[in-house]
Design a protein around this ligand. Sequence first.
Ligand SMILES: NC(=O)c1ccc[n+]([C@@H]2O[C@H](COP(=O)([O-])OP(=O)(O)OC[C@H]3O[C@@H](n4cnc5c(N)ncnc54)[C@H](OP(=O)(O)O)[C@@H]3O)[C@@H](O)[C@H]2O)c1
Length: 292
Amino acid sequence: MSTQARATILITGATGNIGTELRKILSAQGVLFRAMVRSAGQSKDLAALPGATLVEGDFNDEASLDNALRGIEKAFLLTNSSELAEEQQLRFVDAAKRAGVKHIVKLSQWAADLHSPVRFLRYHAVVETAIRNSGIAYTFLRPNLFMQGFLGFAKAISQGNEFFAAAGNAAISLIDIRDIAAVAAVALTKPGHENKAYHLTGPEVLTHQQLAAIFSNVLGREIRFTDIPEEAMKNALLGFGFPLWQADGLLEDYAHYRLNEAAALTPDVKEVTGHAPRTFEQFVKDYAPLFS
Ligand SMILES: NC(=O)c1ccc[n+]([C@@H]2O[C@H](COP(=O)([O-])OP(=O)(O)OC[C@H]3O[C@@H](n4cnc5c(N)ncnc54)[C@H](OP(=O)(O)O)[C@@H]3O)[C@@H](O)[C@H]2O)c1
């Protein structure tokens, strides 16, 4: 029997930030899984992982989702945030229902809410509601701000010793994506996580000024944080190549952070995985060459 025939776990977003960490964990644990990718030819590193089988699929193509989900019992659902995300994820939930999938582990977001002023939080809540209504068992992973998001400032920090955002004095319990992937791996492979929502945070609540102090301590030189107006952040995001919808969404995220609505700590990472979530200091140490 081929590996593909036996894998009953499907990973979407397998080439992205969290998916890359998740597939490493599953492979190291000897778990068989199928990874949905848009291009098998461009995913040869993934195909080479022990336990992995590739299937080509696109969230915009219903038939490809039906094919990717054939014989699958548990699915990890992740797309990037774009104006298509809601319809793509709803299309996936419909296909999962047709395929008889028993459990969806959905990557959502901290404070997902149908009535949130933040567009990302609204679309995640719409998809969560559809999964609940589908009758398929679910685990919703609602992580706070990703530490790895600061890799976007690698050049600014390595060349100019600074980073910037419209963050004000916002205190945020940000999380390392390796801990999110660890929770996803448990939910996909162990029983007892059905019909639960996990609120995923790191171990500390930090302002951007405190993040700058940690960068400075670990990197051994002064790294400055500059609080910038929303308009300047929007121009910077557009300059980095973010589409307008996403740039506006990120500004909404930061307005929500400035209200200290993302400042709580939860024990969920430790309770699910058995280990404490990584600190920001650990994150900077592990990625230090990129900031140096
Ligand atoms: N950034 C944060 O601080 C934060 C915090 C909380 C929650 N979140 C949530 O995290 C999610 C993003 O996670 P991430 O950073 O791991 O994502 P990511 O790195 O952007 O990865 C997106 C994945 O989706 C795949 N994909 C995109 N379009 C596709 C399509 N049409 N068909 C099939 N696959 C497609 C990409 O594949 P390709 O390689 O083919 O492009 C990639 O594997 C979003 O839902 C966001 O709301 C983010």
